[in-house]
Design a protein around this ligand. Structure first.
Ligand code: ADP
Ligand code: MG
Length: 448
């Protein structure tokens, strides 16, 4: 296919690609974006040619934000973005190859954190079963639970457990391989291009334990699911261990086929939950001890009560306290910790709506009545929308309640305003810096 682009269209395309490069890693760019071609750009649509449907699917599912904001940064708004797949009459795996980037080692570089071992994993009711199963699997791969499927929301120790299994089973002399699902998919894609299926299959099939993290990623690509299915079967029939993690149970992975779900059910499916109070205290004491931080039981209790969403968040808070105390050479006591949490925590954000309205009107030099009015001047609508966005972010008021405070607007208006500001925040530097200022000022005003 020939695409006749004017010089200025070519230049625009280069500029768009440059913006995309800023938003993704180099490997992601080479894998997904380097073989795209612009074919049409007019007032209504932009059409981009993708080398195959996998590439099209993958970008549409994972990188549309990067694409639309890169377009916006080049002042291309309100166009329909279409990805078109080249019809070259051949089946997908025979795509023509013009890539020189995928070195064979590119997928071997997964970082393994040696600290994610069983010794450092604290067991509580929230993760007891997952931990026991993980131990069993590393003792005798392929026999205890196969596959082992661990699911739960982010920051609850799934990756930690997978690493622990990897380290332990390697120590026992088993050949084990850990990789994030995205790497599996990337490797699959680059193999489509190189055609080197032998080394692809050798890599995943000549092992005793295969650990794939975040398999919900498979939702994005039907053809890699297919390949994963074959890998699974090859290992399973030879009684090799398969361990998977996901942010949801198998049946909730979007687009996943029943045959995969049913295979996941052959083994053990177990969930990790957020830690309860006692486990949180224990985790806090363990993590602080590792950092040689001395904290009283009161402080540990306070943290456990106030930082609740995930173990990753607990760790983050402890690191922040550690840094702060070191920098200021202060002793870590309850009042210091309260003060620090007040500054860092995203959780305690129920700031009164009055404060938000005051802060916004003051910043823009407006009267509250102007914010409430029906006037549609941009100098008023923008601050009004920002106030609604901040109210969504910092209060637990419902959409309707916020609308009520904004001069009797209905909930859809609030929802649109919130969406709009979230989008503007990504593409408009002025707005993002104003928001940062306003948010800092609100956090400072927050009473404890
Ligand atoms: P996930 O993969 O579920 O998002 P991670 O395994 O990355 O979560 O865990 C987030 C952080 O919390 C890691 O630093 C990990 O070491 C720590 N962590 C999670 N669970 C535990 C636990 N039970 N004991 C000690 N540290 C934990
Ligand atoms: Mg993880």
């Amino acid at each position: 296919m020939n695409h006749y682009l004017s010089a200025s269209e070519k230049k625009t395309w280069t500029l768009i690609q440059d913006k995309i490069k800023e938003k993704v890693t180099q490997q992601q760019f080479t894998t997904w974006f380097s073989n795209l071609n612009l074919i049409k750009l007019d007032a209504y649509e932009i059409s981009i040619l993708a080398p195959n449907s996998l590439c099209k699917e993958w970008i549409e599912n994972n990188y549309m934000d990067a694409v639309t904001s890169s377009l916006a940064e080049n002042h291309i708004f309100n166009r329909e973005v279409r990805f078109i797949v080249e019809d070259n009459g051949s089946s997908e795996p025979k795509l023509h190859v013009h890539n020189h980037h995928s070195s064979p080692g590119a997928h071997n570089s997964t970082h393994i954190n040696k600290n994610y071992n069983f010794d450092n994993f604290l067991v509580g009711p929230c993760n007891r079963l997952a931990h026991a199963a993980a131990l069993a699997v590393s003792e005798s791969p392929g026999t205890a639970y196969n596959p082992l499927f661990i699911h739960g929301s982010v920051g609850l120790g799934k990756t930690h457990l997978l690493h622990a299994i990897l380290l332990q089973s390697q120590e026992k002399g088993h050949k084990a391989l850990y990789l994030p699902c995205e790497s599996f998919v990337n490797h699959y894609i680059s193999t489509i291009k190189t055609g080197d299926w032998d080394s692809f299959r050798n890599k995943y099939r000549q092992i005793d334990v295969l650990l794939i993290d975040d398999v919900h990623f498979l939702a994005n690509s039907q053809s890699s699911r297919e390949e994963f299915f074959h890998t699974f079967n090859a290992l399973y029939t030879r009684q090799k261990q398969i361990v998977l993690s996901s942010d949801c149970p198998p049946e909730e992975i979007p687009t996943i086929e029943e045959r995969l779900i049913s295979r996941f059910r052959w083994g053990l499916i177990t969930r990790v939950d957020p830690p309860g109070f006692e486990t949180s205290v224990a985790i806090i004491q363990k993590k602080t001890a590792l950092l040689n931080m001395e904290i009283s039981y009161d402080v540990a209790r306070y943290l456990a009560d106030n930082v609740v969403s995930s173990i990753r968040e607990i760790e983050g808070t402890i690191t922040n306290i550690h840094k702060y105390a070191k920098m200021n050479e202060s002793k870590i006591d309850l009042s210091l910790v309260k003060q620090i949490i007040k500054g860092f925590s995203k959780q305690r954000h129920d700031i009164g709506i009055e404060k938000i309205l005051n802060t916004v009107t003051k910043h823009y030099g407006l009267q509250l009545s102007q914010l409430h009015s029906k006037r549609k001047l941009k100098s008023i609508t923008l601050p009004r929308q920002i106030a609604m966005h901040l109210a969504r972010k910092f209060t637990s008021l419902s959409l309707g309640e916020i609308g009520g405070y904004m001069g009797g607007r209905d909930h859809t208006t609030v929802m649109h305003a919130d969406d709009k500001i979230k989008k503007l925040k990504i593409i408009d530097r002025n707005i993002s810096s104003t928001l940062r200022k306003l948010e800092n000022s609100l956090i400072k005003q927050q009473e404890y």
